[in-house]
Design a protein around this ligand. Structure first.
Ligand code: ARG
Length: 247
């Protein structure tokens, strides 16, 4: 009962706000990041983030459309009001928090080194053996790998990619020795698309995904937090995990 009441209050607060007058909110997505957001055969964007935000929009009484764009420019697009939120596998980082606000975390990921499945490389080989290491541009892992290489005298040669999938492809065809990838796209490549790669270890701590909104959009943030709270208590949360993570 309490939940119902709270959600009614949230919907009322939402309905009176400026953004409710907008017909629909735009969620900027990187559609090359399975299983959180990716394009399926029919050209439709799909994924955990998309289903989750559609459910929340429905519950909380707003409309949302998902707009595929380059990951590298996604925070600038949010700040320039080309989009209203980023619910698309975005790690909550202190650096991003200076520019945007994040919802409460909704998913925890790990950071993996992956290599071809017949490779004998170890994480130490990658850090100190002059290896070619692929990583997605504009990610917190790319930044971490650059900064920590300097600090620790690691000598991998970073190659920047526009998506984790392209880095994985180059691991498979041998153009690079390894890739540094978030656990969701790494596990998806192994389980769903059956790429001949393997995970050989974590290269840094896990981090958490949150939905990013502009700092001034306080009510939107509350609405999203409330929506996620309701979703996490709903059987659909389990359904989503089964559908996208086989869990
Ligand atoms: N976790 C990394 C970050 O937030 C990778 C993000 C890539 N996510 C995506 N949807 N393309 O920087």
């Amino acid at each position: 009962k309490k939940i119902v009441l709270l959600s009614v209050m949230a919907v009322m607060a939402f309905a009176s706000s400026a953004f409710a007058e907008k017909k629909e909110l735009v969620n900027g997505i990187d559609a090359n990041y399975p299983p959180f957001a990716y394009i399926e055969k029919n050209d439709q964007a799909t994924g955990f983030d998309i289903d989750a935000m559609n459910w929340i929009a429905d519950k909380m009484g707003f409309k949302v459309v998902h707009k595929p764009m380059d990951w590298d420019g996604i925070v600038p697009s949010l700040m320039a009001k080309k989009i209203d939120m980023v619910a698309s596998g975005m790690s909550i980082t202190d650096e991003r928090k200076e520019k945007v606000n994040f919802s409460n975390p909704y998913y925890t990921i790990k950071k993996y080194f992956v290599v071809k499945n017949n490779s004998k490389l170890t994480p130490d080989d990658i850090r100190s053996g002059k290896k070619k290491l692929g990583v997605q541009a504009g990610t917190n892992e790319a930044k971490w790998l650059e900064e920590n290489a300097k600090a620790n005298n690691w000598n991998y040669e970073l190659r920047l990619y526009s998506s984790p999938g392209l880095a994985i492809e180059d691991v498979v065809n041998g153009r690079i020795d390894a890739a540094a990838i978030d656990s969701p796209p790494a596990e998806d490549a192994i389980k769903r698309t059956k790429k001949p790669i393997k995970i050989i270890g974590e290269f840094t701590n896990s981090d958490q995904f949150g939905v990013a909104v502009r700092k001034e959009d306080k009510e939107l943030l509350e609405t999203i937090n409330k929506g996620y709270e309701l979703l996490m208590e709903d059987p659909y949360w389990v359904t989503l995990h089964k559908k996208y993570f086989n869990a």
